[in-house]
Every structure is written in C-alpha cells, then in structure tokens.
Write a protein that binds this ligand. Sequence first.
Ligand code: NAP
Length: 642
Amino acid sequence: MSTTHELSGITESEDELRAILAEAEIPPLLPALAYATGDLSLLRDDLRPDPLTFSLPQGGLTQEQQTSARELALRALVRFRDAGCRTAACPEGDALRHIMEFAVGGSDMKPYLPLLEEEMSHRHEDRRAPQWHKNDVAPTTPFHVLVIGAGMSGILAAHRLKQAGVDFTVVDKNADVGGTWFENIYPGCRVDNPNHNYSFSFAQRHDWPFFYSTQDVLLQYFRECADEFGVRDGIRFETEVRSATWSDEDQRWSVVVANREGREETLEANAIISAVGQLNRPHLPQIEGRDSFAGPAFHSASWDPMVDLRSKRVAVIGTGASAMQLIPEIAPLVSQLDVYQRTPAWMGPTPEYHARVPEAHQWLYGHLPSYSEWNRFCIFWRMGDGALDGVRVDDAWKSDGASVSATNDMVRQFLTEYIKAEFVDQPDLRDVVIPNYPVGAKRLIRDNGAWATTLKRRNVDLLTGGIDRITETGVVTRDGEEHPADVIIYGTGFHASKFLTPMKVTGRGGLDLHEHWDGDARAYLGVSVPGFPNLFCLYGPNTNIVINGSIIYFSECGVRYVLGCVEHLLRNGAKALDVKKDVHDRFNEAVDTENRRMAWGASDVNSWYKNDTGRVSQNWPFTLLEYWERTRHPKPDDYELL
Ligand code: NAP
C-alpha cells in the first residue's frame, strides 16, 4: 500500500456506477461531487443531513433522501466521466464553507473553517508543514534535536524537523518504528477510531482494508510513513534513554542512552522532544501471590506468541479495551476461559468494527476526487467537538451517579438498551455487564456483538466477585473458590500517569522532574514544563481524548507548536526557552476546573485518566478547536528566553 493518493480514470458503465453508488456513504458523496465539479447545485436543501441525527448511519437521511441523493450523484458522476474526469478549480472561502455546512448539516462552521481545511488536506496539500527553513533563519547556528520514541508522534516530529532543515536523532527502545503498534501484538489488536481519521492528515491513503485496521496494517502504515518521509536513517533502534540532564552552563541536554546489551553512551542535544506515549509501561496488578503462579503469565502488551493457548485453561484479568479485543479472539481456542471483570465497560454498537471496506467504497476512494477527504471530514466532525456536550456535567442535573446531564442520560439509556438486547437470553450476565457510572467516565469500547457472543460461550465464565489471590495453579476469588488456570493474561492497562518514566530527567538547577511532579504530572499545553528548558512533550499530560477526535490530531498540533518554539529560538538567537511558571499554573487550573465538569472527572469510577492523587492528568477537557488554536503558534510572552 502506498500513502500517495493517485486517482484512476472512470471507465465504468452507467449500470456499474449505479451499483457502486448503491453502497456509497451518502454524507461525503454529494459534497465530493460538488467539490470536484464545482457544481454547488448538487447540494440540494432537501438532501441535507440534520445536524441532530448526523451521527446516525448515513447521516440520519431517510431512505427516500438516500435514493434521491444516489440518483443525483449518478447523473453528476456520469457527466464527470463523460467530460474526461476533469476537476474544477478548488472551491475556497464561502463556497467551501457552503459545502462543509451541507456535508454535516451544520449552520455556522466559520470558526472551524481554517482548521477543517487543514485537516482535510484537499488536493493533498500539507498545510501543517513548517513554513520556515533553518537555512533561512539561522544557517550557522548548530542545533540538534533528540526525539525519544519512533512511534506515531516520533515519526511525525522527525518528518517536520527534516522539513525545517533541523538536525535530529530519534532513539527508540524497540527494533522498529510504530510504538504501540509495534509492541501490541495480542490477537484482535486493532484501532478503535476509523482509519480515515486515525492517520496523518497529510499522508492519507484510500485503500485501508478495514474501517478499523488491525495492528499489522497500522504497523505497516507507520513503517511506510517512516520510509516515505525519509527519516529512517535518523533513527537509532534498540536504544533506550536512561537519563537526560540539562546543563545550565552549556544550555543543552546530555542524554544517557543504553543499547540492547546495556552499553551506555552520552548524546548531546540542544532540545529534546519526548514522543514516548502514555500507554507503553504495562501495569501489573498488586494481587497477592501474583509471582507464585507456575504457568506462563504475561501482559496484553507483552504478548508471548510462543505460548500455545489451544486447549488450555486461561484466565484473563481486566475488561478494558485491550482485554475486550483479545478475549473474543482466544475464546474459541482455549478449553476454558475465565474473565475477571472489576468494572464493566460501556459499549458502543459498531456493526462495521471488524468489517472489510467494501469494494464499492474502495472504488469511490480510488476514482471520485476528494470522496476520501470528504469521508474523513464527516468522520472528523461526527467524532469531534459535538460529542463533548454529551459528557459535560450539568450542575442542575439530579442523578444517582449514573449520568451527568440529560443528554448523557439519553446516551446511557441508548447504550443500556443495546447491552440488554445483546444479553436478552442471559439475564444473569446482562445484570453484571451494564455499567453503573456515566458514559464517558471511562473509555467507550466499540462492539459488533462479539462481546456478548463470547461471554455466552459454554467455555467462558465471567467472574465479577473480585480476586482474593493468585496461587501456583490458578486464581482464588473472594468467595474462596479456586479457579484453576494454565495461563494468566493481564489486560490490566498501563502506568499512564507516570509520564516519562522510567527516565531520570534533571532540569535547571538540578531539579528532578519526577520529584517535581511528585506523581502529579502537569505541563503547559501538554508540552512544556517550567524548569525544563527545551524539553517538549508530545501526548504529554492532559492531551488525551476520551470520546472526541484522534490522538494523531493532537500530535500534529503538538508537533507544529514544538517546531514553532524551535523557530522562535533560532530567530531570536537564543539557546533555550523555558515556559513561565505563572502561565503554566494558570493553564493547569483552567484544565482542572474543566476536567471536573466532565464525566471522567466528576465520576469516582476507576480509570487510567486519573493519577494516584485523583487528579485527571491525562485528558484534554476543551474542544479540538481550542487545542488547534492554542498550538498554532507559540506565544512569545509565555516563555522566558535563556
Ligand atoms: P485499561 O483500560 O486501563 O483496562 C485495564 C483493565 O484491567 C480494567 O478492566 C481494570 O479494571 C482492570 N484491572 C486493573 N487492575 C486490576 C486489578 N488489580 N484487579 C482486577 N482488575 C484490574 O487498559 P487497556 O485495556 O490496556 O486500555 C488502555 C487504553 O489503551 C484504552 O483506554 C485505549 O485508550 C487504549 N487502547 C486502545 C485500543 C484500540 O484503539 N482499539 C485497544 C487497546 C487499548 P477497572 O476498570 O476496574 O479499573
């Protein structure tokens, strides 16, 4: 697969085109044709989606509307074919806004327009690329950046640094790029965000095999990105950072790295970009007797492919996103599967979760100009800022802790009905899989029916009474019963709030980052920490999203901001910049206030979004638009130049 997007000419007959359009997603269809042909009369008011129902399949359009839209599209597509597939001049400004508002049934998208234009990357421009080059800004100033991590964010950072002509080295503890998609090889591992959204805005592909790609497909995508961006030569694999120390005298970082054999070496860098992710240090639960288990035991992220699960008695501890992906895959193989659930997850019905992208869609992506981009646009909007209202606390809402507002309660009821229907024939199971906390307080899991099918299997037991201890031969539940197991799999999550561990990071005046944070990591815009000059974090504190958007979006915004900081330094002939403490503190107060007003902050249910102090240290509570606006350009006044 290639990340370039070459379109093929249209040679299909009218009947063939009709058959293709019968399967098309309607929301992106007329916008794509209007955009390609310049014929805005295709955007008929009677075929416009209703913003209130836009999240429903086919944008909530009635069958009658869908039929009319397909017929209108067919006529336009035939004309386009007959005219030699020549695209019109790119609509811009009001015309583009008109198409965007039609596509999602929105009314005033003006504030979003520049963001959406960037995000869609129409005509395959890369609007987030640095608009400066070091040769023009500070040609003789030596400046080297060390990027830690070659996952999604690290590859992106390297690409942008290369575009700006800034020297860099990337180090990664793994043997290849891909980060989380390199490490997580458990059966069933796949993305839970549609791939047209979960991919770089400037490296779109139209030939994703699945709506939600599997781990191997994503790993391949990031490998190809690293190759196509030409950054592989700058990456040192199997190289792990042990410590990073800022020198006040030299105004730069000394970074101690170790290779696979543990041999240490010191690298010097003017700046560090941490792209280490949040979800890569496996958390093993503190359960008595854990180490006494005699059989194979491993974490979902340290999957041992050498352990043959066939005909084994297997215990899986945890029912988060990872466990709920792997359990349906291994259930048919094993003789007995005991699933230990502490807290059930809300599930969102997603019939196409495991489905291949149909040929008709592939054809449209490959032949109809901008259909792929309009599809991405519709997903971006549907999964975007509108979703936040459903998880924001309404102070006037009276609840028993199960919802935070009338809208949130409506979603709760909808999802409850879905789960009830899935388990209608098994009331005992149904009663223990319906969550009692608000939707959005924990990660919503996509489901296509696989969870209920699996739990209902004869060889699967769901155990919800709590674990007392682990023995040499199995798991003892609180009721004293021992459940024999040959293998234990921990789907127990990650040390997500322990940012930048286990590295030792020492900033100005010998300040230790982890002592400074004291278990409560904070940063300005998730990027900068006062006292740690020229240290930039990607996917840092408070930049995770729960229900809206894609983390790739945050990385693209974050990387642009970091490049802006580097440009600011170089243009001003300064060696370092340090974020002002008052700026950082004010920002964090605002984040904390808003997070308390969101389902994930208001509910006291367990989640990896909170650190040991109970503070939400992971999540961004504001809109996607706000992160984009705040990271577009660094504000010089926010920083002290050194
Ligand atoms: P997780 O969401 O933190 O889930 C951990 C599970 O282990 C929870 O069910 C938790 O129960 C349970 N657990 C933890 N300690 C336990 C203990 N001592 N005893 C019993 N149960 C215990 O971790 P994850 O499933 O690896 O997912 C983490 C995040 O990674 C997700 O939220 C998502 O953002 C990302 N992810 C994404 C995908 C995807 O895109 N498809 C797939 C996997 C992961 P409690 O709920 O009671 O704490």
